[in-house]
Design a protein around this ligand. Structure first.
Ligand SMILES: [Zn+2]
Length: 303
């Protein structure tokens, strides 16, 4: 499970990226010890068991969120090393300047100017803003802790808290250009035959914070758009739970919405008979995988 591929030094959460050089070392390592297969191999005849017979253990590369840097940095390397990968798209963000709230928060935090307390009226928003305003530690620690704190709220509340921070800190909630892929880049990569795509909902909201109707809309509408735009094939439509959060009931809803498999953020390998709607992954990021030895330890589950 990858998210972003960006050169070091950019304002990106540590758990969210690998550098292009590190990604190259991963591709070389994986080609040596694994059979890197497309995600839809998991739904064809015999599934993982059939692939495993080829010798090396099968491995699937996934990228969450459809970041524009996938096209810029990861895709050329996948072409060079001829390895397949799947990218999960939150359809509402594709081809727009819209940002994830986590990036809005990071942006606010980095440009914080002045604290002017007591201007906000809604008590619960005021409490959240006061908490976030007083987070201790470095920028990275404040960012991690702030995101963890905000994650439990539905998106409309998060947006109100961010507006409150913007007011308190006297910083505009400004957009920072396009963060995500556009449909032309997606079509080009799909045509290469190396990159496939799946749904990461419409709005990238944590499904366990939504009611059943809203969950169904996220599942059905994103699938419909990907099919209409011919980004996915109806024979294998995959799904990725935002932030990994799911329940048994939500997994059943994913199946009934017409998906063939779904990935979580639960760490680990999948056995041949694994439940296809709660597939495990191994989160790969720079700070834990920058050498082949560290990468091997991470894949083996040691770190
Ligand atoms: Zn995501």
């Amino acid at each position: 499970m990858y998210h972003r591929v960006v050169p070091a030094g950019q304002l990106v959460q540590a758990g969210m990226y690998v550098s292009p050089a590190t990604f190259v070392s991963h591709l070389i390592f994986l080609a040596k010890y694994f059979n890197v297969v497309p995600l839809n191999s998991l739904t064809v005849k015999n599934g993982l068991a059939g692939i495993a017979e080829s010798g090396k253990p099968p491995c699937v590369l996934t990228f969450d969120d459809g970041w524009q840097d996938f096209y810029e940095y990861a895709y050329p390397l996948l072409v060079k090393y001829q390895q397949p990968a799947t990218v999960f798209l939150p359809t509402e963000f594709i081809g727009t300047g819209k940002q994830f709230w986590t990036d809005c928060f990071a942006d606010l935090l980095s440009r914080r100017q002045a604290t002017i307390p007591g201007k906000l009226s809604a008590p619960d928003i005021l409490t959240a803003v006061a908490y976030l305003d007083g987070l201790p530690g470095s920028f990275e620690n404040q960012l991690e802790a702030g995101i963890e704190y905000l994650k439990k709220y539905p998106l409309n509340k998060i947006e109100k808290v961010l507006a409150g921070l913007s007011e308190t800190w006297q910083v505009d909630l400004a957009g920072a250009g396009r963060n995500f892929l556009n449909w032309a880049e997606i079509a080009e990569m799909k045509d290469s035959g190396l990159v496939s795509f799946g749904s990461h909902t419409v709005n990238h909201q944590i499904l366990t914070t939504l009611d059943n109707t809203a969950i169904k809309n996220e599942l059905i509408d994103s699938r419909k758009e990907l099919l209409q735009r011919k980004v996915v094939d109806s024979s294998c439509v995959s799904f990725c739970y935002p932030n990994g959060n799911h329940t048994k009931e939500i997994a059943a809803m994913v199946r009934s919405a017409g998906y063939h498999l779904a990935v979580t953020t639960k760490k680990g390998w999948n056995h041949a008979d694994a439940d296809k709607f709660t597939l495990k992954r191994i989160g790969i990021h720079e700070d834990m995988t920058s050498t082949p030895a560290l990468f091997a330890c991470r894949i083996a589950g040691l770190i």
